[in-house]
Design a protein around this ligand. Sequence first.
Ligand code: FE2
Ligand code: FE2
Length: 324
Amino acid sequence: MPRVQRPEPTVASYPRLLSAVRVHDAAVGDAPPMHGAIQRTLGRLDGRTSLAELGRAEPALSSEEVEGLIQSLDQAGLVDDDAEVNYRTGYDVILELEEIVEEHCESTIYRNPFWQTCLAARQIGDLSEKLALGMIIENWHFLFRESYFDAPVLSYVPNTAVRLLLNQFFSEEYGHDEILLKALNFAGLSREDMRDAIPLPETMGLCNALAHWAHSDPLFFFATLGLLEGQGTEHDSFITACERSDLPLGLVGPLKAHANINLNAAHGNLTRAIFSEIPVLDVATVARLKRQLRLFVELYDDFYTGVWRYYTSAAPLLRRVSLL
Ligand SMILES: [Fe+2]
Ligand SMILES: [Fe+2]
């Protein structure tokens, strides 16, 4: 394994002294010129004077000595850096994140056998009723657990406008499992059946990952909502495939009702609305958000693959707790 080189310790480029300087006569004695230079340099640590200017102002001190002084103060927690933070607006960032998500989708979700089947469906039988029902079952499991991952951000303290958007979103989302339950009822699955059913590991994996991000990195969780809420067109592709395969209205109707709620409440734009309320994001935060996008898209891709794998197999429709 190649050795990782440690980065050189950085020196504050516009150091600002965090405490007042008090000079005791007793300390100034044996080397007055040096002490005078240090004392004057300490007086210049105002956050507006650059490291180079500090060096030029005191010829008695070498640039290494000035840097060494700043570093010692830094290690003691006595200076911070007043250099301008490199930042971007939230709206600018989300547009780039959306592009990255789209790129990742191109090589994953859009090539997924489930979506390929939906996109290729033209006539009766192209999308089997079992596969469509499986998608509704797993979607129900997901929506039934939506509070796992929405709840942690409802109390989002750093930004009031964002918190209000999330609370409004949750109030609109709450109970959407009940809409899909109507389709499941039509297919002969009762509420009790569904409570007895175990989600696929890929479905639960997605729920757990989102709950983890909502708890530990709310900003990243916000970035996932666009794709989850159908910022692309793939949700419609599923409904179109159901219709082209002539699946009964009892199944397709509730799906359409749910899709229309998303559309009318502009849930696909929620992520943009949230990031528009975030004035600035520093570059380190943006890098962190970008880093996790691939993993999220892969988990979502796995969800569809799981649906495809299980519901095209001969396995029973429900994995029942009562049969364990
Ligand atoms: Fe929903
Ligand atoms: Fe929604």
